[in-house]
Write a protein that binds this ligand. Structure first.
Ligand code: F6P
Length: 533
């Protein structure tokens, strides 16, 4: 019997058991939670018991998580469908770190680029780098996917620390996006960062051209108000961006893992290099924890095992990320790319079909807003949605502390309600107090039953500082890594996005009327007919 099957069998045996009953064992909350520095992950409100925990830990062990972890941190080419190392951790490694790829220490270059970024950001923030109209007031980061979601998420998350120029993001090739951002900006005091690892992504390059044309209407030397972040130095030069304004990184940083380096330039400009360094330090602290803690006390490992339990073992196909922190409003979108682009695959490393389901659908919204929208389904729908709550002990608005308490109480209430539910007897008692009787009492009571026994985890942090944000992002990166290793897939390529890109390119001349639509399927032919200009 495989370890997967053994876990599934174990699950079958405990499906009817209430999670609440597990708390009859003293110390359940402490035994089924894990700390990393000042973060605590509570996974006690899941149906994982001592036996399944041991089986999951064994699965991690035999899947080679420790060996792969050493290989990743050591610069081995674990992204073997692209022949690349996976070293986003190098971008946040400490001053003493030596990390070699193909026999060369990559750290001097990483540090030199970080220092150049800091110099650039400081000069911009101090008004030493100016536009035609004086000090730069606005920065636009043009990028998409990993060249957008991370910096957007981090900029919003760190709003209380934002004391640099205003930062805007443009990603969509829908002209509405850039049009709305440019509206109201002064081209003479705006700096554009073109952020693209490959510098070929059509959305980004199209938006970059649009921004340059907008700027060129009044600015004589547009090049002086452009910068680039890319691995493709020749392409940035061909676009006309001065090499002194280009911040490079290597192909061993995946797009969705790139916020720690030059792709985070806009964040650094917004909050300053010191706070950006604190963000890196948070990621580094999680790296240290991930590399040193025993699996049972290892937060990324345990978060991954909870994920595997819910998705591959219990068969819950989605996972909701629910930060009780308005400033983490883009974290679910960020994690969507991180998790779904990394582990949304059906082929194992060796080319065979995955023997189990790939990673889950990840989605979410900040609480409490989600409570007034989709929590209805989470509580009473027929499908179980494991929820990942996160909440800080303190906000950044001490004068609004009572509001923060309300936020926290809502967060805790949701996980409690999901687990506890409300029985028919309880619902009946409530409705009887309202004077209902007989069949109508029973009918009304049934609508008010909460099945309960719905699993959730809660991540608690002291306050959403740059350091804590770094810890959280690195936690999820390593969670994805561990899940990917256990599933036996390559978390670091993304071939699944290619076909759509190719077909979009082929459709362009058809939509322009330069090529015939014949050969396309009937639906596409009809849609082309409707949309052709
Ligand atoms: O299309 C997917 C993708 O390749 C992502 O992996 C990446 O983050 C995004 O596009 C943007 O790519 P680039 O930074 O090269 O423009």
């Amino acid at each position: 019997m495989t370890k997967w099957q053994a876990l599934k069998d174990h699950h079958q045996g405990v499906t009817g058991r209430s999670i609440l009953s597990l708390f009859e064992t003293e110390g359940r909350a402490q035994a089924f939670s894990v700390g990393a520095d000042d973060l605590v992950l509570d996974y006690s409100k899941t149906n994982i018991d001592a036996a399944s925990k041991a089986m999951l830990l064994d699965l991690a062990k035999v899947s080679g998580v420790a060996e792969k972890r050493a290989a990743m941190f050591g610069g081995a080419k674990i992204n073997d469908t692209e022949g690349r190392a996976v070293l986003h951790t190098a971008l946040r490694a400490g001053p003493e770190a030596v990390i070699t790829v193909d026999g060369t220490d990559v750290m001097p270059e990483v540090r030199a680029t970080l220092a150049r970024m800091a110099e650039f950001a400081l000069a911009l923030r101090a008004g030493r780098i100016t536009g035609q109209g004086g000090a730069i007031t606005d920065v636009i980061n043009i990028g998409i996917g990993g060249s957008d979601l991370g910096p957007v998420m981090a900029t919003l998350a760190l709003a209380p620390y934002h004391d640099g120029p205003r930062v805007h993001y443009v990603s969509n090739v829908d002209g509405a996006h850039i049009a709305d951002v440019l509206k109201g900006l002064n081209p003479e005091t705006t700096l554009v960062i073109v952020a693209s690892k490959t510098f070929t992504t059509i959305e980004t390059m199209t938006n970059a051209e649009t921004a340059r044309a907008w700027m060129a209407e009044t600015v004589r030397d547009t090049g002086a108000q452009f910068a680039a972040v890319s691995t493709a130095a020749e392409k940035t030069a061909a676009f006309g961006i001065d090499p002194s304004r280009v911040f490079g990184f290597e192909d061993w940083v995946g797009g969705r893992y790139s916020v720690w380096g030059p792709i985070g330039l806009a964040v650094m400009i917004a909050v300053g290099p010191e706070r950006f360094e604190a963000f890196l330090a948070g990621g580094r602290a999680m790296d240290d924890h991930f590399q040193s803690a025993d699996f049972a006390q290892n937060m990324p490992v345990m978060l991954a095992l909870v994920g595997i339990w819910h998705n591959q073992i219990c068969g819950y196909t989605t996972r909701a990320v629910l930060p009780y922190e308005q400033r983490l409003s883009r974290l679910p979108a960020y994690l969507q790319q991180l998790e779904m682009e990394s582990n949304g695959k059906s082929v194992a490393m060796d080319g065979s079909a995955l023997p189990v389901d790939s990673g889950p659908v990840v989605w979410g919204e900040p609480g409490t807003n989600g409570q007034h929208a989709f929590y209805q389904l989470i509580h009473q729908g027929t499908r179980v949605v494991p929820c990942e709550f996160m909440v800080g002990k303190a906000g950044h608005e001490p004068e609004l502390a009572p509001m923060h308490l309300l936020l926290v109480s809502n967060c805790l209430a949701q996980s409690e309600a999901l687990m506890r539910g409300r029985s028919l007897a309880e619902a009946t008692a409530i409705m009887a107090k309202k004077g209902l009787t007989g069949a109508e009492l029973e009918r009304q009571a049934r609508h008010r039953v909460f099945p309960g026994n719905r699993p959730s985890t809660t991540l608690v942090y002291p306050q959403l500082t740059p350091f804590v944000l770094g810890q959280i992002v690195a936690l999820y990166e390593h969670r994805v890594f561990v899940e990917g290793v256990i599933l036996g897939l390559n978390s670091y390529d993304q071939w699944g996005v290619e076909l759509g890109k190719e077909l979009a390119l082929a459709l362009q001349p058809i939509l322009e009327g330069r090529e015939s639509v014949a050969g396309k399927d009937g639906s596409t032919q009809m849609l082309v007919g409707l949309l052709k200009v």
